[in-house]
Design a protein. Structure first.
Length: 551
């Protein structure tokens, strides 16, 4: 008797995890080839663990955690790495004429049928988390003798020819490293030469994690391969170089910025990954609380003035700038940017790449922009007095200028501009607002649990006029690689420059006076925003204090 198969959306609504409205939103907004489960996960309507539990209970399909599962490596030849990655499957074990397979979507009957026909086995399915499968695929399929093969072939005669071969061990090794970085959602790959070895580390959610160690003899070939991909000079080892790789990894377009630096033990390489398919272009997704979002919208609606976004490297300033530009982007508005480098291409925005070698600096680019009749100007970074003054004059002549600055908080940006040599009256008359931000890790939704707040935590909250009883923390699971954290969120400090504050800036008043004025204007400081996110169960006290100093 043929059983009627229920659709995933109906199962989730029946089990009370999502509402009919949420299902309708996900179905309407999901991309053409995106699965419903992924669409619901992207919008945060459910967690991966909830999805797995519903499928396990409703369909009677067991759930496996691949973190310590003894996968039979001999079975990997039955399923190609490409098929495993594309369809999110991995073979586990074989019993007589049955092949047990872990799948992210056990309701994908086309893939099950494909497997049955290609392998000749009856397919038994189990459910595993998407990240878990990708990690296992990279782990087990990459035990493919690349290193041994490399060591055997690594002679001076083969070194030159290997670069040209697309299937040579060094090419495969570099592809593996990049693919693994994508699986782990890393933002940077660090290749560090030591005296006797080469260490590969990845920055995941802002924290560096060791990925693998390689023999020192591989450094030369590894460096040459990466330099060839980035169109850099492979014969030059004495000076730092910059390059760029545009490629597709695991069916996604990726832009990688390469930076090499000569060290005592060889060239250190840092690869910054820009995932073009996952760039956030919506202010509402950046973690602004209601008050700050309203203030940010008000700043962007102004016809002129400067809006500065400040924070250290890697604090998500570019994402906020792009989200702001995306909000302003329409046919009636002429937006021109001058950046170094252009990280994400935005449709409908004229983007200029800085090139100091031919004299196209931020200042020179800005001067040219002003002759192009712009409404909105975005300057990648204010680095010197010249750029600052042109940006300020542009804002005073009826343009909205967005830019970034490297300072610790919003108020110190005012003194930073004055220290650069900009006159206080220019700063006071042009500044509309300053946004300071940091990125902090979010507690993993799959393994989080509540625990009572410590006395020290209650004391920290008490100093800021808040109360806390329980705090969410992650136990560590396969989904978050046993860290207890997964993903990042921004904390913000949005300072609106009022008329009274402009008067203080004109009179060159000290920082303490400006801070008192900001408090009177009910500015939510970085620490306060972080503490509010702890109360909401998004992050932990350790994370907030790692990013922001207690006063």
């Amino acid at each position: 008797m043929k059983t009627k198969r229920k659709r995933l959306g109906d199962l989730l609504v029946e089990s009370g995890l999502i509402t009919e409205e949420q299902l309708a939103v996900a179905l309407k907004e999901k991309k053409d080839n995106q699965k419903l489960g992924d669409a619901l996960l992207d919008r945060g309507f459910i967690t991966e663990q909830q999805l797995i539990e519903v499928l396990e209970f409703q369909l009677g399909i067991p759930h496996v955690s691949l973190y310590r599962y003894p996968v039979d490596i001999k079975l990997l030849s039955l399923v190609s790495k490409e098929m495993a990655k594309k369809n999110l499957i991995i073979p586990l074990k074989k019993e007589e004429n049955r092949l047990f397979v872990a799948m992210a979507d056990p309701m994908d009957y086309f893939t099950v049928e494909d497997l049955r026909l290609s392998t000749g086995f009856q397919i038994e399915t189990a459910i595993a988390a998407k990240q878990d499968i990708l990690r296992a695929v990279n782990k087990y399929y990459d035990i493919d003798d690349s290193l041994e093969e490399f060591m055997q072939q690594n002679t001076p005669e083969t070194a030159e020819s290997q670069e040209a071969e697309e299937d040579s061990p060094v090419v495969r090794l570099v592809n593996q490293i990049m693919s693994r970085a994508m699986t782990e959602k890393a933002s940077d790959i660090h290749i560090d030469p030591h005296e006797t070895k080469v260490v590969v580390r990845m920055r995941v959610d802002g924290v560096l994690q060791l990925d693998r160690q390689l023999p020192k003899s591989m450094l030369g070939m590894l460096t040459a391969r990466i330099k060839i991909m980035a169109n850099m000079d492979i014969t030059e080892h004495r000076i730092p170089q910059d390059g760029r790789i545009k490629t597709n990894i695991d069916f996604r377009p990726i832009d990688i910025r390469i930076s090499t630096l000569p060290t005592v033990y060889g060239e250190k390489i840092v690869m910054r990954i820009l995932d073009l398919s996952s760039s956030l272009n919506d202010m509402k997704q950046l973690g602004f609380n209601k008050v700050n979002l309203k203030r940010m919208d008000t700043l962007l609606e102004r016809p002129n003035g400067i809006v500065l976004i400040t924070g250290p490297t890697g604090s998500g300033k570019s994402s906020t700038l792009y989200a702001g530009l995306n909000q302003l982007n329409s046919e009636e508005v002429n937006i021109i940017t001058v950046e170094d480098p252009v990280e994400y291409q935005l449709e409908g925005v004229n983007q200029i790449q800085v090139n100091p070698n031919v004299g196209l600096t931020f200042a020179a680019g800005l001067r040219s922009i002003l002759r192009q009749d712009p409404n909105v100007i975005m300057v990648g970074e204010i680095r010197d007095k010249e750029t600052a003054e042109i940006a300020i004059r542009a804002s005073l002549t009826g343009h909205l200028v967005l830019s970034t600055l490297h300072t610790n908080d919003s108020i110190s940006s005012i003194t930073r501009l004055i220290d650069m040599g900009v006159e206080p009256f220019l700063v006071a008359s042009s500044l509309s607002g300053i946004v300071a931000q940091r990125l902090i890790r979010k507690v993993c939704r799959d393994c989080r649990h509540e625990e009572p707040a410590t006395e020290r935590e209650k004391e920290i909250f008490g100093k800021r006029g808040l109360k806390i009883e329980t705090i969410n923390r992650g136990k560590g699971c396969a989904s978050c690689n046993m860290t207890g954290y997964k993903g990042r969120v921004a904390i913000h400090e949005v300072l609106t420059v009022t008329e009274e504050m402009k008067r203080l800036i004109l009179n060159n008043e000290p920082l303490s006076k400006l801070k008192q004025m900001a408090m009177r204007d009910k500015t939510i400081f970085l620490l306060d925003d972080g503490l509010l996110k702890i109360k909401q169960g998004i992050t932990t006290t350790e994370e907030v204090l790692r990013a922001v100093l207690m006063e």
